[in-house]
Design a protein around this ligand. Structure first.
Ligand SMILES: NC(=O)c1ccc[n+]([C@@H]2O[C@H](COP(=O)([O-])OP(=O)(O)OC[C@H]3O[C@@H](n4cnc5c(N)ncnc54)[C@H](O)[C@@H]3O)[C@@H](O)[C@H]2O)c1
Length: 345
């Protein structure tokens, strides 16, 4: 999909809490010209310092971006993508959760495909440097036959009546929270590390009575080769980290010849089977941006895709699988059954 240009004209929709990481990341790219920011709250768009718009249509007409970065909630995705397509935008990045349902995401994917427009879902966690390090360790066979993976999400921000209000107040009212909003990152990350699961089992619960959705629970992925991947999330508990939002938790990838561990500071260690000491594969450091600068890493990945023709990860069609697995997780929780059919993607 190489477009032959040297730089990209980029416009952003949304200027709320998480958008700050997008604007900062785009600004740090020398291959991008930021041409506009739009938010229905125009003051927020103005605060970005870019040419500000209150209406997407107007921004698309005036700023003529090559790429639209959508950083608004799911109920806005379909209309925004369709408007961008109508205005001739050829590349769109869209935040997760992608659209309001599997069916809507599928329809939007088909509309974009028919128009020859590339949509990449902003699924940033697989771009965190520690998962790239773990993937490299697996690809180079550092721990032998992998038997299991565990990620323990321990954000420590879910206690009491004030939970989430300072940063993401909408968390309190979401009917589905832990998996739909946050755990979805590990549906994708587990796929990035191990491929497609063959079955999923989940057990979710709500611990904080002031919120609507679930804030704790497990899901387990089965793989055909016998590997098991466990997501164990609890937003009320924390983990050893100066900033619990760096990794949001801790991970272990265990194989017959060794164990990889991810700590809350983003460091990755390898302990060989039978040893007491571990060696460092990725050292802790203070990262710019959010979560190991994963927003910038994702953005750079898309820039290389558009300007250099590099292959893209997590285009909309591929991401439908993540939504289907998420749906299976909730189905497993509500029926108490292991789910083996995730629907077509
Ligand atoms: N990938 C990640 O790591 C990550 C982290 C946090 C949030 N998110 C996702 O990013 C999205 C935004 O989250 P947030 O925390 O910034 O939310 P937010 O509520 O702080 O900001 C959303 C912004 O969108 C604007 N908006 C809503 N509808 C609009 C419309 N139709 N046209 C123009 N502007 C509109 C609102 O005015 C608001 O400023 C959500 O889907 C959230 O799940 C992703």
């Amino acid at each position: 999909m190489k477009n032959g240009a040297d730089t990209l004209r980029v416009a952003c929709l949304g200027a709320g809490y998480f958008a700050q990481f997008h604007y900062d990341a785009w600004r740090r790219s020398s291959r991008v010209h930021l041409v506009g920011a739009c938010d229905s709250d125009r003051d927020k768009a103005k605060a970005t310092g870019l040419t500000a718009f209150g209406e997407l249509d107007c921004m698309l007409k005036m700023a003529k971006p090559d790429l639209l970065d959508i950083i608004t909630p799911p109920q806005t995705h379909r209309a925004a993508i369709c408007q961008a397509i109508d205005h001739g935008v050829k590349t769109i990045i869209c935040q997760k959760p992608f659209c309001t349902s599997f069916e809507e995401a599928q329809t939007v994917t088909e509309i974009a495909e028919a128009a020859g427009v590339t949509v990449v879902v902003h699924e940033n966690f697989r771009f965190q440097p520690w998962y790239r390090t773990i993937r490299q360790a697996l690809d180079t066979d550092l721990i032998g036959d992998v038997l299991q993976l565990t990620f323990r999400l321990r954000t420590g921000d879910g206690q009491g009546p004030e939970a989430y209000l300072d940063r993401q107040p909408y968390f309190q009212d979401m009917p589905k929270l832990l998996i739909h909003e946050t755990g979805v990152h590990w549906i994708d990350t587990f796929r990035y590390l191990f491929g497609e699961p063959s079955a999923v089992y989940a057990d979710l619960r709500k611990l904080n009575p002031v919120i609507k959705g679930e804030d704790a629970g497990y899901f387990i992925f089965d793989y055909d080769n016998g590997v098991r991947a466990l997501f164990d999330g609890n937003r009320l508990l924390d983990h050893a980290a100066e900033n619990c939002r760096t990794t949001l938790g801790e991970a272990l990838v265990e194989g017959t010849r060794g164990t990889l561990s991810l700590a809350g500071d983003g460091s990755v260690h390898l302990r060989h089977f039978g040893d007491l000491e571990a060696t460092t594969l990725l050292a802790a450091r203070s990262w710019t941006g959010f979560g190991g600068d994963c927003v910038k890493n994702l953005i750079d990945h898309v820039i290389c895709g558009v300007l250099d023709g590099a292959p893209l990860e997590n285009e909309a069609r591929d991401y439908l699988r993540v939504i289907a697995i998420e749906r299976a997780i909730y189905e497993s929780d509500s029926t108490g059954r292991k789910i083996r059919e995730f629907g077509h993607a």
